[in-house]
Design a protein around this ligand. Structure first.
Ligand code: ADP
Ligand code: MG
Length: 776
């Protein structure tokens, strides 16, 4: 039979692999012995029986107990044993790309196969799988896209949804779909895997599905708080107000202070906090340290302390993002002790690193070297780095939050939950007793919330709403009401409104041609639209750069004491464009040139630019190009330059900007020798002082399109571009004839253009032509 052939083939390939594998560090026998020691192994029979008897099963267990690597494998082995191997198709979802790859690779090597045979992976734009693949690891996003084609998941016998406790928006979305799907697929088995939190919540959601708990083994992990660390390291906290503080960025505004446990904590804490002999000078400075940037000197001192005075073992450092990771890498490089590259192997681990580099983490370093991994919270629960003995926890993670009333989204480092802190600590006790260094005081730890809010409750919902439509799941609001914790109806309403305004949904909430393309791009729909328009209108290169800056952050830094010089530099990049977006575009292009001629550092220094941000933007440009190529809008092998015929045409670039940033538009009204600015939502606004348009009295064109609004002493428009009425009429939102008779209206009557009706018809026809370009 064919299953028999499969088995035979598998067996011989296994043998072949084993014979060939000079690299395999463990023999098949040792590998089996390792697996048998994992806590999950003891529950193998109970697990398989529960899978056979129940359509839905929830499994919880401490990180490292063997859920991800063993449970799917148990199913696979059983199916092969019962000669059903050829028919089985097991899918296991992972929230992140890197875990999908690393886990698949691990299981393949446990089975003595190469990756892509029985076990494979599929992530966006990258896959290793074959005809013979029976166990597939994929990201949750990949499974969601598969559901578009196969709403019933035909052919899938077992689905495992991993890391469900993280409450990512995709996972919360997926389980709504699955709960509706299960009655249609009675033979499908669903297994939800979670760390040891809240398993009952999921069980209840699925009609009291049975829960199996895998008791774990972890060695004890000693916990040190800031007060202990300061004593051990003799480090004095000096809040690092480096010159580059206050980097302007759209998603980096302080969120409402209410949500910050630290702020609440300060209500009851004395002004001068004494930590043993070390005093933290004043309330302000502690607040600045704790609420602002992490003191990287403290992190460095802690690493050095461990390396000098504690035993062997890898160190895992939790930081909030790429910025901190790269700054700390620099610091370590020049540290007289830690800089010794023959003794210390320092590796960054970050979600948007290229996958090749990420895999280095799993190669063991030469035995005489100490591995120091600088990671984001990606290393919290889904990736197991063996032999970590020391964890250094900064206590924060970048978290998005969404303020539905003010329609503001921010991505900011904020304090983690107790549950996350527990997870992080657990990474240390896997091979021997470990230590966890927490870079925050015990009082703060006690003030942390028990769990983090699920992502669905704290992010803008535009992308999710588009996905609901593309999966044909019915009315958006009704669907979302079925979520484990449904989002605020106001957030849902805002998202739908934005999608209608930008033309992704029509009046009946159905997808338009533009909406269908945007569904396929895992991006904020406004940014997606800018990229699509950039490729259609042949100015892709600038669109990629500006979109990267919008999705990431502004590369211009604001030095506190050299502000005037910095402003002058930015203005010189902008030329006479009246555009902050053009300024950053020109700065990026100049940086590319400087990089080619090897004078990147001096260039960035002289021009007040962040090399880290520019590099990240460059990487994102490539990712965007991959995405556009994936949906057939461009051919990547030709490069962005092939879609750049109007790449130097400022009017065209501004039109594409308008398409992407709409409805963020304000009117420039002449008041004597000056200009006043008005927005639809809030009336009079000002241009932010950091903008190249600040202090300009008169503008050539009547409108500004902008990246975002901030409210401080007054309401400011940040990063603006002066645009013409034609850009708005052709690339903005929908048009209406004015009620008063002659003229055209936009934004529900807020913008008014006097023009004869015939002009309106002409513009409508031109827009119809533009729409046709999207019908592909
Ligand atoms: P869980 O999903 O319960 O957190 P895993 O199945 O990921 O646990 O891991 C089980 C064990 O397998 C870990 O404790 C670790 O020792 C080992 N392991 C997992 N992935 C790898 C890997 N890529 N390299 C080496 N060992 C690994
Ligand atoms: Mg796992």
């Amino acid at each position: 039979s064919s299953s028999f052939d499969t088995m035979k083939e598998k067996f011989s390939s296994e043998l072949r692999e084993l014979q060939n594998s000079k690299k395999a560090s463990l023999s098949a026998k040792a590998m089996l012995a390792f697996r048998e020691k994992l806590p999950a192994y003891k529950l193998k029979d109970e697990f398989l029986k529960a899978v056979a008897d129940n359509q839905v099963l929830v499994v919880s267990g401490e990180t490292g107990c063997g859920k991800t690597t063993q449970l799917p494998q148990f199913i696979l082995e059983q199916e092969i044993e019962h000669l059903r191997g050829a028919d089985c198709s097991i899918i296991c979802t992972q929230p992140r790309r890197i875990s999908a790859i690393s886990v698949a690779a691990r299981i393949a090597s446990e089975r003595g196969e190469s990756l892509g045979e029985t076990v494979g992976y599929q992530i966006r734009l990258e896959a290793k799988r074959s005809e013979r693949t029976r166990l597939l690891f994929c990201t949750t996003g990949v499974l969601l896209r598969r559901l578009v084609q196969e709403p019933d998941l035909a052919g899938v016998s077992h689905l495992l949804v991993d890391e469900i406790h993280e409450r990512g928006i995709n996972e919360d979305f997926l389980i709504i779909i699955l709960r509706d799907l299960l009655p249609r697929r009675p033979d499908l088995r669903l297994i939800l895997m979670s760390a040891t939190l809240n398993a009952d919540l999921f069980s209840r959601y699925f009609g009291n599905a049975p829960v199996i708990h895998i008791p774990g083994f972890t060695f004890p992990v000693a916990e040190l708080f800031l007060e202990d660390i300061l004593e051990k390291t003799r480090y004095k906290i000096k809040p690092e107000f480096d010159n580059y503080q206050g980097n302007s960025r759209r998603r980096r505004r302080q969120p409402s202070a209410k949500s910050d446990p630290l702020t609440e904590m300060f209500e009851d804490v004395d002004v001068d906090i004494q930590y043993k002999n070390y005093s933290l000078p004043t309330r302000q400075s502690l607040e600045a340290w704790a609420g602002g940037q992490l003191d990287l000197g403290l992190v460095e001192a802690t690493i050095e302390h461990i390396c000098r005075h504690e035993g062997d073992g890898a160190i895992l450092v939790f930081l909030t993002g790429w910025d901190e990771i790269s700054k700390l890498l620099e610091k370590i490089k020049v540290n007289t002790y830690l800089g010794n590259s023959s003794k210390f192997l320092v590796l960054p681990l970050h979600g948007s690193m290229p996958t090749v580099n990420q895999r280095e983490i799993f190669d063991r370093p030469p035995s005489n070297m100490r591995q120091i991994v600088l990671a984001t919270n990606i290393a919290e629960s889904s990736i197991t780095i063996d032999d970590v003995v020391y964890v250094i926890d900064c206590g924060k993670a970048k978290e998005t939050s969404y303020d539905a009333l003010n329609k503001l989204a921010c991505l900011l480092p904020s304090w983690i939950s107790k549950a996350s802190a527990h997870q992080r600590r657990g990474r240390a006790g896997r091979v021997q007793p470990g230590e966890c260094y927490r870079l925050y005081p015990k009082v703060l730890h006690d003030a942390m919330p028990q769990y983090q809010l699920p992502e669905i409750l704290r992010t803008p919902l535009q992308e999710l709403c588009l996905n609901i439509k593309s999966l044909q799941l019915g009315a958006i609001a009704a669907f979302l009401a079925k979520a484990l914790q449904p989002p605020d109806p106001l957030s849902v309403k805002n998202a739908i409104e934005i999608l209608k305004t930008i033309g992704a949904l029509d009046d009946t909430e159905e997808l338009t041609a533009l909406g269908r393309h945007l569904c396929k791009l895992p991006l904020d729909p406004n940014i997606g639209k800018m990229l699509l328009m950039g490729s259609i209108f042949q100015c892709l290169d600038p669109a990629l750069t500006i979109a990267a800056a919008l999705a990431h952050r502004d590369p211009f830094v604001l030095p506190i004491n050299r502000k005037e010089e910095a402003d002058a530099v930015k203005r010189s990049f902008a030329g006479d464009s009246c555009s902050d977006h053009i300024a950053l575009l020109k700065a990026f292009e100049a940086w590319k040139g400087a990089k080619r001629s090897g004078r990147e550092r001096a260039f960035c220094w002289e021009n007040f630019l962040s090399p880290i941000t520019l590099q990240m933007m460059d990487d994102m440009r490539n990712q965007f190009l991959d995405l556009l190529s994936d949906i057939g809008f461009v051919n990547k092998s030709k490069g962005a330059k092939a879609y750049n015929h109007y790449g130097d045409d400022m009017e065209m670039i501004c039109a594409v900007l308008c398409a992407g940033l709409y409805p963020n538009v304000i009117q420039c009204k002449r008041r004597g020798k000056r200009t006043a600015f008005y927005s639809k939502d809030v009336g009079k606004v000002d241009i932010h002082p950091s903008s190249v348009n600040a202090g300009v009295h008169l503008f050539p064109l009547p409108y500004m399109i902008y990246s975002d609004k901030v409210k401080t002493s007054s309401i400011y428009i940040r990063d603006s571009t002066n645009i013409s009425d034609y850009a708005l009429l052709l690339f903005g939102g929908s048009l209406m004839p004015s009620k008063s008779g002659e003229g055209i209206e936009m934004l529900g009557g807020y913008l008014h253009f006097s023009a004869p009706v015939s002009t309106l018809h002409l513009i409508q026809r031109l827009r119809g032509e533009l729409d046709k370009l999207l019908q592909r």
